[in-house]
Write a protein that binds this ligand. Sequence first.
Ligand code: NI
Length: 556
Amino acid sequence: MKKIVIDPITRIEGHLRVEVEVDEEGVVQEAYASGQLFRGIEIILKNRDPRDAGLLAGRICGVCTNSHFRAAISSVEDAYDIKPPDNARIIRDLMAMALFIQDHVVHFYHLHSLDFVDVTSALKADAALTSLQALKYSKNPYRNSATHYTEVLAKLQNFVKAGKLGPFANGYWGHSAYKLTPEQNLIIISHYLEALKFQTNISKAVAIFGGKTPHPQSIVVGGVTSVADMLNPQRLNDYIFSIKEAKEFVERAYLSDMKLLATAYRNEIKEGLGRANGNFLAVGGYAFDEEQKLFSSGVIYGHDFSKIEEFDESKISEEIDRAWYSGDSIDNEICYTDLNEDGTLKTAKSSDKYSWIKAPRYDAKSMESGPLARVLVSYLKGNKLIKPFVDEFLQDTNLELMDLSSTVGRNAARAIESLYVCEYIFKLVSRLLQNIKYYNTDTWTKYDFEKLPKSAKGRAFFEVPRGVLSHHISIKEQKIQNYSVIAPTTWNASPKDKEGKRGAYEEALLGIKIQDVTKPLEVLRVIHSFDPCLACAVHVIETKGKELGMYKIKTL
Ligand code: NI
């Protein structure tokens, strides 16, 4: 048995280490995912005014700032039973939806695409042939002239002439796991460069109501402060324009690139490469009228698509048996023991602790959350809105629903979801306009802080780009007594629990064949497909076994 350690895994947010054990054939037999960065934002939140929770919790991550900001404020509102007005909810949703699109596109092109695309092969592409080939995956491909591809080729050649590949340096170029033709490689590289401009544009949409990322300021307990933006038709128009532009790119570049990948990597999909244990968790959300929600909630166990259980938050627990925590108080709970005396990593023994990430479990099972979970749960629960988007993708690629549970499928789910979100964002905008038209311009629910209960507990669950996010707050004497976060990456990148059950990353790596142990491209593909955010994932907890609402923390 040979061990391969990748530390750090790059092109992700934060610091992740992955260790795999491979047999003589190079097939992964065991895996350990380790969050390598201690954070501790919850400690900073203690004894603060609950109204400041949003601004402080937003600092958990520079990428997912908006998600934490909103979840923190919502958990305080839940504790005090304050209901923000419809307009405030819509504005928060509009910011969140724009973030979905931004996050997904940036993730694929800038953090993940080079696991599938060989830049050096693209240099051999024929520009005219590339333009023809792109038509196989889209009726109207994005920037598809031969002249444009010639320009992209010239850019790439300039990098090479300068003796470096710039943003494309240090790839495993020429690896036999790369399957695209030079022309297919060039199509995606062209979109990689276009996506750099895309992310500037879509960030403006978030900024219109939220202020510049990563310092949003407009969400407050009880509502939002962006009243003037809401009532200014030009601001709403700017928002709509940004989303329309984004939709063009998502439809004509991102989604068609997924069809390209699904065709070229069909064998890997059919073999189920990168599939985890088939347990999926989605909490749903984003209602745009009284009846319909963008995402449905539900739980799938072991790929049993015939039975979708209802989500029940009381089934969530967290374990720290294999994480660097111990003891029963916040002061002595850190227990960092990374190396054995001989310098090898402490992972193998069932008592070894190996990550700063805790192990959240649902009904004692490890779960995958994220776009794949959302798409599967929504589709299988008969969410009529998402169904045509999924059906069209499966039809165009001649795949089945089960095939989405794979490395490439996880990406496809993200692209399907992006287009779907672009489509329905406009309904939310219409609802906002409708409210304004009928003189409903409330953006804040008035309350007197001094008269609110002195002690309260609250929580908020949201679907955010990477999966299920929950914030849990306990307030005493008008101060934050305890705070806890379970981020999407906490679910997906969790270490083993005391029964040895692996987290989703670890499950997904099992059985992967690594062709060259010095260039473990196959491992990167699987891990990147989850869109890891390690900055978000690590959180300390109060391990006294206190109950924070319905959220139970398990002690050793
Ligand atoms: Ni994050």
